[in-house]
Design a protein around this ligand. Structure first.
Ligand code: ADP
Ligand code: MG
Length: 430
């Protein structure tokens, strides 16, 4: 990116006071240029919302500077608007009045307000709902009122904090498309958008640049440019490769300041067997670790706590690191940001995360290769078993195949028909 940034965070640290001081953001640097759509991703509590609030000037940083067009900012920044996940609409005001109040705050004279508000509501697709009250609207429509209100402010920087996360899938998709349309068509005066999301596909769908954060302490770790033209299509190879890369970055980040080697998160370079672990046990361990301070536990103490036999315990921790959900070093196991994301994710998002990791495992790639090479992208259990017996003893081949199929079905990458014994790729994978 050339030229000087519109906004810049220089070495921003934020420490919350109180009885125990807590560093929510440490030494964060971020530059936002005109024309950029930047997306922040990272586990809960890594300081994303704090960073947005600092940019708006609502929260003064403990250390560091916020610059607007190269000049240090003090107090609330009139060029930035923040849209929250749940909008603070005034329930006793109509949709129209909710937008007009923002225009009033900006000093727009009363005679102009009505027309401007109508036009803004029109732009987000809410014409006809001007006189409705917020309670009469769906979540998606309320969100649109929030957008209209944010746009009434005509901010140069529009900050969106998980704007779609409380919506159902279809409303989120529609609203995302509308935001993108407003943005790419230049119908809004906004020069830059900074959005927070937990949804990696959404990040790749919208961003010019994805900034990845980690926690304990909250910090900016790395970033990734997204050079795909709009509108982006979900299932293209380039799209999926980027989604996978973001998951990979979240998985291999050092989970704490003390730092674990990235390699500890483990991507085996050779074909090795899978630990025979159920998703239930895997999720159980990840969830258990989130309940421990620092998301870190001594392996021996953990094994005792979980009352598992050693072999099973080792397979479980092995599966967790193999998938990039945790890292092991110095006798401790620590959740990675990906593990944290998995723990917090919805059922569907968990499957998506798991699928993205499973696709990376050589063992799974081997099976996919085998299926793709077969005539109908399907093989019987026995055929795959025979192939596995070239590498494993018969009993171990059984375990391997059972794990592969269970994991593949959970990730919705494979189907298995118990009656016919046929293993196949899911239609979307073919
Ligand atoms: P994110 O948006 O990435 O989930 P936040 O920026 O909301 O994270 O919070 C970062 C960390 O700071 C969290 O651990 C949170 O508990 C803490 N935090 C946020 N606001 C306050 C506050 N007002 N006082 C104390 N701690 C806070
Ligand atoms: Mg937040």
């Amino acid at each position: 990116m050339t030229g000087s940034p519109l906004f810049e965070l220089q070495h921003v640290t934020h420490v919350f006071g109180g009885r125990e001081r807590f560093t929510a953001l440490k030494d964060a640097c971020l530059r936002l240029h005109e024309g950029e759509f930047v997306v922040l991703v990272g586990p809960s509590g890594c300081g994303k919302s704090t960073l947005l609030r600092i940019l708006t000037g609502l929260l003064p940083p403990t250390e560091g500077h916020v610059l607007y067009r190269g000049q240090p900012m003090h107090g609330v920044n009139p060029h930035v608007t923040l849209v929250f996940q749940t909008f603070a609409l005034f329930p006793w005001m109509t949709v129209q009045q909710n937008v007009e109040i923002a225009l009033k705050a900006r000093g727009v004279p009363p005679v102009e307000r009505t027309a401007r508000a109508t036009e803004l509501l029109d732009r987000v697709g809410l014409d006809g709902f001007e006189s409705a009250y917020p309670r009469e609207l769906s979540g998606g429509m309320r969100q649109k009122v929030g957008f209209a209100r944010a746009m009434a402010v005509e901010p140069e920087l529009l900050c969106l904090d998980e704007p779609f996360s409380s919506l159902d899938v279809l409303s989120a998709e529609a609203l995302r498309r509308e935001l993108l349309e407003l943005w790419t068509s230049g119908k809004i005066p906004t020069k830059t958008i900074l959005m927070v999301t937990h949804n990696i596909e959404e990040a790749v769908l919208l961003a010019d640049r994805i900034v990845i954060m980690a926690k304990a302490p909250g910090r900016v770790v790395t970033e990734l440019p997204v050079d795909l033209p709009y509108p982006r299509r979900h299932k293209t190879t380039a799209f999926l490769a980027l989604v996978d890369e973001v998951y990979g970055l979240l998985a291999t980040q050092a989970p704490s300041v003390r730092g674990l080697p990235a390699a500890a998160a483990g991507e085996p370079g050779y074909i090795r067997g899978l630990p025979a672990i159920t998703i239930h046990d895997l999720a159980g361990l990840v969830e258990h670790l989130t309940e421990i301070p620092g998301h870190r536990a001594d392996l021996f103490r953990l094994a005792e706590e979980l009352k598992m036999d050693t072999k099973h315990f080792l397979e479980l921790t092995d599966a967790t690191t193999l998938l990039g959900f945790a890292a092991i070093a110095e006798g401790d196991i620590t959740l990675t940001p990906l593990g944290e994301t998995f723990a917090e994710a919805s059922i569907l998002a968990r499957k998506e995360i798991f699928a993205s990791r499973l696709r990376r495992l050589p063992m799974f790639q081997w099976l996919v290769h085998l299926l793709k090479a077969s005539e109908r992208q399907a093989l019987t259990w026995d055929m795959v078993h025979t192939a596995l017996e070239l590498e494993f003893a018969p009993e171990e081949a059984d375990r391997q195949l059972a794990t592969l199929v269970t994991w593949g079905r959970y990730a919705e990458l494979l189907t298995y028909d118990d009656r016919t014994g046929v293993i196949a790729l899911e239609a979307k994978e073919v």
